[in-house]
Ligand binder design. Structure first.
Ligand SMILES: [Zn+2]
Length: 372
């Protein structure tokens, strides 16, 4: 069932309007608030105060979909959490760090193995050769097994088409298949950002591994890098600042729509419950807007639990995998997450429902036919 795009406004202008409204409300409620600064096109550099900064996509669902990068400036050194899909954006963050402090980056945490959190590792290794790349042991395993194949696929896909042809193709299918057109525009965004980077793209693997927890003390600040269970991936690292009650979640939490590629969904529900118990007051998600309360986290918790239980019910009722999509009804939650926005609706289907139903199905022990 295909939803047609409304005549107007376009998704990005709609998103921008909402942001202006939110920004205006923030200025009224919490003045003075520094206006978001731009250090790389399409991203915002946000000062959270206390030496904490976040570099994030202006529109978290526009191509390339890229993870947030968090910078933690300590009394003697700097920690960075996640390094972007686009090495050029990582280099912009490095240049900005050098503007605000002469302290070196000593630790770069990869919250998980996906390339939108690890591609910039190389830029950090070049700029700060002494810096440790920190990750959960399962993240290193996945990087060793999956990263190169993923980048080879990317190179192959970009070699086959020119960017302008992708946009022309999007134009051509817009009327009869707007969802496909949206996918093509996203692809063009990836291609524009990453194609120039491919010749020098190289992964630097994590070299400081942990299983449960690493704790760093930096003056009055404590930085806890921990694993609370499998969630979005097998090795999700959380970065928790207990004094400031700031939590950087990686893709355990993604806004405005969660991503569920190959995620162990049943474990994720439990892990997210443990994450909520930390009592964070500021949550930097893996993608999307910084959260100032736990409402969005709870909303995602409800969604994951509802998805797993709906898939479980379908499985117990003997529904075949091919009919799972039609059997699982997430109507109210779908409205909550997509909010009538076509790009969010695309993300809902493509990044959450399709991979999430499959992940939930397999994580409950049901078989998926080969061709899927
Ligand atoms: Zn991500």
């Amino acid at each position: 069932m295909m939803k047609l795009l409304p005549e107007a406004p376009l998704p990005w202008s709609q998103a921008r309007k909402r942001r202006h409204f939110l920004l205006a409300s923030a200025l009224l409620l919490f003045a003075p608030v520094a206006l978001a600064e731009q250090i790389y096109p399409g991203y915002t550099w946000q000062d959270l105060g206390g030496g904490l900064y976040v570099h994030a996509r202006v529109d978290p669902l526009a191509g390339p979909v890229d993870g947030n990068s968090t910078v933690i400036v300590n009394p003697e050194d700097v920690f960075v959490v996640d390094t972007h899909i686009n090495p050029a954006a990582a280099r912009a963050v490095i240049a900005k760090i050098r503007q605000i402090t002469d302290k070196p980056v000593t630790h770069v945490v990869n919250t998980h193995w996906h390339d939108d959190h690890t591609n910039g590792n190389h830029a950090y290794r070049q700029a700060f050769p002494e810096a440790k790349i920190v990750a959960h042991r399962a993240t290193l395993d996945s990087l060793e097994q999956e990263w190169q194949a993923m980048e080879d696929q990317r190179e192959e896909a970009y070699r086959r088409v020119a960017g302008r042809d992708v946009l022309a193709a999007a134009e051509a299918v817009q009327a009869e298949d707007p969802e496909r057109a949206m996918g093509l525009r996203l692809f063009a965004g990836y291609r524009d950002a990453l194609e120039p980077e491919l010749p020098t793209m190289e992964l630097v693997y994590p070299d400081l591994l942990f299983d449960d927890q690493l704790t760093f003390t930096r003056g009055a600040r404590t930085i806890v890098v921990s694993w609370l269970g499998r969630a979005n991936t097998d090795g999700d690292a959380l970065v928790w600042l207990p004094e400031e009650k700031v939590l950087v979640t990686g893709d355990v939490l993604v806004a405005p729509v969660p991503f569920a590629y190959d995620s162990p969904m049943d474990d994720w529900v439990d892990t997210l419950g443990r994450v909520a118990e930390l009592g964070a007051e500021t949550i930097v998600p893996g993608h999307g807007a910084v959260q100032r309360d736990a409402r969005y986290l709870e909303q995602v918790g409800r969604l994951l639990a509802a998805t797993v239980s709906a898939v479980r019910e379908a499985g117990e009722a003997g529904v075949a995998y091919a009919d799972l999509d039609g059997a699982v009804e997430l109507g109210e939650l779908e409205r909550l997450f997509t909010d009538g926005d076509p790009l969010r609706a695309y993300a809902w289907r493509t990044y959450f429902v399709t991979p999430g139903l499959k992940s939930a199905w397999t994580s409950l022990g049901y078989p998926v036919p080969e061709e899927d």
